[in-house]
Design a protein around this ligand. Structure first.
Ligand SMILES: [Zn+2]
Length: 228
């Protein structure tokens, strides 16, 4: 195999990709998609049918990629930009300023929700965090990006940052028990969803009813009573 005997030099993340820099310039990129899991375990541990890739590490351990739904992807590339080059800025970086967001929103003239999911616009926001951020910002997901007032741009930026940071604190969301880690642990973000997946339930901010619509082919949840 091409990477036998090689060393992982750094482990990082860009957008939704995990980035493993190898010595001699190659890069291993892993996208977990919906249900992918990456874990280090003793090589003696049983390999179930959902483990698709195993990297044998030193010292009798494996790095295993397990994926129930098989949407995940593993890439080995020499040019990381082939995969990562088109990604937009990181929303938790200094590049994500009010001025940048205001300019991009007015230039793109797109429906907000699909724009937030566009990884070439901002990297890393998925369906859950887009819905939660728009609810936090009290902005409707079907608004056009170039219709936002300056105060709404400020609110949206803070809402995106706070939704993502809350998700990180809670170790993400486990929306289906089947996709939890093998030991049963998982993220807790789903316990405080305000909008995502709450169709027909009361909005925690105003008591209105959370509605579900489809935008850009994706389920979208919002409160028509307090998101404008
Ligand atoms: Zn509401």
């Amino acid at each position: 195999m091409r990477i036998r005997g090689r060393t992982f030099e750094t482990v990082g993340r860009r957008g939704k990709y995990l980035v493993f820099d190898l010595d001699q310039g190659e890069v291993l990129l892993i996208h977990l998609k919906m249900s992918g899991q990456l874990s280090v375990c003793p090589s003696s541990e049983i390999v179930d049918k959902y483990v698709h890739t195993i990297f044998k590490l030193e010292g009798g351990h494996d790095l295993r990629f397990r994926d129930v739904r098989k949407f995940g992807r593993v890439y080995l590339v020499t040019d990381r930009d082939r995969i990562l080059g088109a990604l937009g800025p990181e929303p938790l970086s200094d590049a994500f300023t009010v001025a940048w967001l205001e300019e991009q929103l007015s230039r793109r003239r797109r429906i907000l929700k699909p724009l937030l999911l566009d990884q070439t616009f901002l990297a890393g926001i998925g369906n859950i965090y887009a819905d939660e951020a728009l609810h936090r910002a009290a902005i409707r997901p079907d608004r056009r990006s170039d219709s936002l007032r300056s105060d709404e741009v400020v609110a949206l930026r803070l809402a995106i940052i706070s939704a993502l940071e809350t998700g990180i604190e809670r170790q993400g969301a486990s929306i289906d028990g089947a996709y939890r880690q093998p030991d049963g642990s998982g993220g807790q973000m789903q316990e405080i969803f305000a909008a995502y997946g709450r169709t027909g339930e009361a909005c925690p901010r105003c008591g209105g009813i959370i509605e579900r619509i489809v935008l850009g082919g994706r389920s979208t949840h919002f409160c028509a009573n307090c998101q404008f």
